[in-house]
Design a protein around this ligand. Structure first.
Ligand code: PEP
Ligand code: MG
Length: 591
C-alpha cells in the first residue's frame, strides 16, 4: 500500500478516552486492510509459490531483526521466547506445504494462506495439550505478519518507535499498550475500542492521551504524518496548519497548567460541604503506578487488576512472584487498604500464557471467576499469594464477574481450603481478611440482597455492568453511542445494589470508569456510595467537585433524574444543573 496524501487540517473524530493533547509524528503500528483474493492462471502458479516463499523469508528476517533489538534491552528480554516460537511456526510443515498445495490449486497466496490458517486454528482448538493449544494466538500473529508482507504493508514494531510518536493502530491490545515506552509515545489513536476497553483504561493510567473508535483512521494516516490528538474531545487533526498547531499548543499548555493547579487538592479531605465523606481510592494495573497514585491523593487501592501481572511473560507468575508484587503494593499503601481482585481474564484481556481458548462470544464465555473456578490450581496459587500479603497490611480480596450465590460459595470454599493449608504450614496471614465481589452482571444486581449476605463488601464494576445491562460491547466502536452510564436502567440497577448493600450493613464501592467522571458525582453521592475507585489521575478533579457539593442537593438531584425517561434527558438535565450550580468548575475551557 503506497503513501496516502493527507490534506492540511484533516479532521477525524473518535472517542477521547484519555485526556490531554498529544502532538507529534505518526508511527503506524498496524492498519486495517483487506485480504485480496483472486484466482490464478495456470501460468501464474509457480510465481505465486515463489511470492509466498519470499514472504516466509521476509517474515523470518523481520523476526530475527526484532529479536536482536529485544535482546539488547534487558526489560524486554523475556519476550524472546515468543519470537523464537514465531520463527518455528514459519518453518511449520503444515503451514508451508498446505498453503503451497492450495496455491497450486490456483488460489492466490493470501487466500491460500488464510485458508490454511483457518484449518490450523481449528486443529489447535481441539488439541488436549494446554501448551500447544495456547500457541494458537502465536499462529495468528505469524499469519497476520505474512499477510501484511504479501499485501506490501510494512508495519512498525513496538521496538522501532521513534521519539515523540503518536502511535496509530487498527487495534492495540492491553498487552501491547503495557509495553509502550512512555518517554517516546505522546499519544495514540486506534480504529477500534470504546471508552472502557482495557486499552483505554491503561492509556489513562499511563497518562498517555488517546483517541479510540476512529473506525478507519488507519486507512488515511501514514507513517511520519504530523498530527495532533485531543484525548478529551476525541478530535484528531492530521497535517495541522500553523494556525491549528498554535491553537492546540495553547490548549496543551492550559491542560498542563490545570493539572498542576489540581495538585493542591492532594491532601484535602474528600468530603462534601455538609461533611459526607467518601473514600477516594486508585485503580491499579501496574505496580510501578503506586507512587503516582499516592501523589494524586489516593487513600488506598480500590481495585488492583492482577491480570496485568500475567501478561507479557512466558509462564503465569508463581506464588512467590505474585506475593512479591502484592506485598510490595500493600506495604507501600499501608495503613490504607488494598483491594486485590483475583484474575479477570477473557473478554478483551487475552493472556498468552494461560489456556484460554478462542471463543465465539468471549464476553459471555469463560471469563474472570469462571476461569479461576475451572483452573483451581492456578486459582489456589493466587489466593495463597494474596493471603500471604494480608500479613503485611490491610488486604481485601475481590472476586470478579459473579453471577450467582453458588459461585461466591465456591470461592469461599477454596479460600478456606487454602487458609487451612497456610495455617498448617505455619505461614502468617490475616484470618479476618475481608471478602468482596464485583457487581457487574445483571443477575448480581437482581440478587444483590442474597449476595450481600455472603460477603463483606460490593464493588460495582460499571464498565461491564453497563455492557451487560444494555447489551453493548464495551470495546465496539459501532455501538458506543448506546453505551450510556446514565441510562435509566443503569441508575435503577445502581440504586438497587446500593440499597441492598446498606440494608445488609456492608460497604459498597464503585470501581468502574463511571466513578471517575466529576459530572456524575451527584448521582454517586446521592446513591450513598462509600468508596469510589478510579484512575489515580482523576482523583484531584473528582475531589475538587466533591468538595463543592452537598449530600442533600445530590439526593435531590438524583431523585429528579430518576423521574426522567432516557439517558439523553438525564445527561442533559445533570449537565444543566452542574453548570448552573458550579459554573467555574464546569467551564469547558477548564474541565
Ligand atoms: C468493571 O467492569 O467496571 C471493572 C472495573 O472491571 P474491568 O474494567 O477490569 O473489567
Ligand atoms: Mg469488569
Amino acid at each position: 500500500m503506497g503513501k496516502t496524501e493527507v490534506h492540511q487540517d484533516t479532521y477525524l473524530v473518535g472517542l477521547g478516552v484519555s485526556p490531554g493533547i498529544g502532538i507529534g509524528r505518526v508511527c503506524l503500528l498496524n492498519r486495517l486492510y483487506h485480504v485480496a483474493e483472486w484466482e490464478l492462471d495456470e501460468t501464474e502458479v509457480e510465481d505465486e509459490v515463489l511470492r509466498f516463499r519470499d514472504a516466509l523469508s521476509a517474515a523470518a528476517t523481520q523476526l530475527r531483526d526484532v529479536k536482536r533489538k529485544v535482546a539488547s534491552q534487558p526489560h524486554l528480554r523475556e519476550h524472546i521466547y515468543i519470537l523464537d516460537t514465531h520463527l518455528l511456526i514459519l518453518e511449520d510443515e503444515m503451514l508451508v506445504s498446505n498453503t503451497e498445495v492450495l496455491i497450486r490449486q490456483k488460489q492466490n497466496a493470501e487466500k491460500a494462506l488464510n485458508q490454511t490458517l483457518k484449518q490450523l486454528r481449528l486443529m489447535f482448538e481441539n488439541i488436549e495439550d494446554d501448551y500447544l493449544r495456547e500457541r494458537s494466538s502465536d499462529l495468528d500473529a505469524v499469519g497476520q505478519r505474512l499477510l501484511r508482507i504479501l499485501a506490501g504493508i510494512s508495519d512498525t514494531t513496538l521496538e522501532q518507535i521513534k521519539e515523540k510518536s503518536l502511535i496509530a493502530a487498527h487495534d492495540l491490545s492491553p498487552a501491547d499498550t503495557m509495553q509502550l515506552d512512555r518517554s517516546k509515545v505522546v499519544g495514540f489513536l486506534t480504529d477500534r475500542g470504546g471508552k472502557t476497553s482495557h486499552t483505554a483504561i491503561l492509556a489513562r493510567s499511563l497518562g498517555i492521551p488517546a483517541v479510540v473508535g476512529l473506525e478507519s483512521a488507519t486507512t488515511v494516516v501514514d507513517n511520519d504524518v504530523s498530527a495532533i490528538i485531543d484525548g478529551t474531545t476525541g478530535v484528531v487533526v492530521l497535517n495541522p496548519s500553523e494556525e491549528t498547531f498554535r491553537e492546540y499548543l495553547k490548549r496543551k499548555l492550559a491542560f498542563e497548567y490545570l493539572e498542576k493547579e489540581l495538585t493542591r487538592y492532594r491532601n484535602l479531605s474528600a468530603e462534601t460541604t455538609d461533611h459526607y465523606e467518601i473514600a477516594l481510592r486508585a485503580n491499579l494495573e501496574i505496580v510501578s503506578e503506586v507512587p503516582a497514585a499516592q501523589e494524586d491523593g489516593a487513600v488506598g487501592i480500590g481495585l488492583y487488576r492482577t491480570e496485568f501481572l500475567y501478561m507479557n511473560c512466558s509462564q503465569p507468575p508463581g506464588e512467590d512472584e505474585q506475593f512479591a508484587a502484592y506485598s510490595e503494593i500493600v506495604d507501600r499503601i499501608s495503613p490504607h487498604p488494598v483491594t486485590i481482585r483475583t484474575l479477570d481474564v477473557g473478554g478483551d484481556k487475552f493472556v498468552q500464557n494461560l489456556s484460554l481458548k478462542h471463543e465465539d462470544n468471549p464476553a459471555l464465555g469463560l471469563r474472570a471467576i469462571r476461569f479461576s473456578l475451572r483452573e483451581v490450581d492456578l486459582f489456589k496459587v493466587q489466593l495463597r499469594a494474596i493471603l500471604r500479603a494480608s500479613a503485611v497490611g490491610q488486604v481485601r480480596i475481590m472476586f470478579p464477574m459473579i453471577s450467582g450465590v453458588s459461585e461466591i460459595r465456591a470461592c469461599k470454599r477454596i479460600l478456606r481450603a487454602v487458609s487451612v493449608e497456610l495455617e498448617q504450614e505455619g505461614v502468617l496471614f490475616d484470618p479476618q481478611v475481608k471478602i468482596g465481589i464485583m457487581i457487574e452482571t445483571p443477575a448480581a444486581v437482581m440478587i444483590a440482597s442474597l449476595l450481600a449476605k455472603e460477603v463483606d463488601f460490593f464493588s460495582i464494576g460499571t464498565n461491564d455492568l453497563i455492557q451487560y445491562c444494555l447489551a453493548v460491547d464495551r470495546g465496539n466502536e459501532h455501538v458506543s453511542y448506546l453505551y450510556e452510564p446514565l441510562h435509566p436502567a443503569i441508575l435503577r440497577a445502581l440504586k438497587q445494589v446500593c440499597d441492598a448493600a446498606h440494608h445488609a450493613g456492608i460497604e459498597v464501592s464503585m470501581c468502574g470508569e463511571m466513578a471517575s467522571e466529576p459530572m456524575y458525582l451527584p448521582v454517586l453521592i446521592g446513591l450513598g456510595l462509600d468508596e469510589l475507585s478510579m484512575n489515580h489521575a482523576c482523583i484531584p478533579r473528582v475531589k475538587r467537585v466533591l468538595r463543592n457539593l452537598t449530600q442533600v442537593e445530590s439526593k435531590e438531584m438524583l431523585n429528579a433524574l430518576m423521574q426522567l425517561s432516557t439517558g439523553k434527558e438525564i445527561s442533559a438535565h445533570l449537565d444543566r444543573e452542574m453548570r448552573t450550580r458550579l459554573p467555574d468548575l464546569f467551564d469547558d475551557s477548564v474541565i
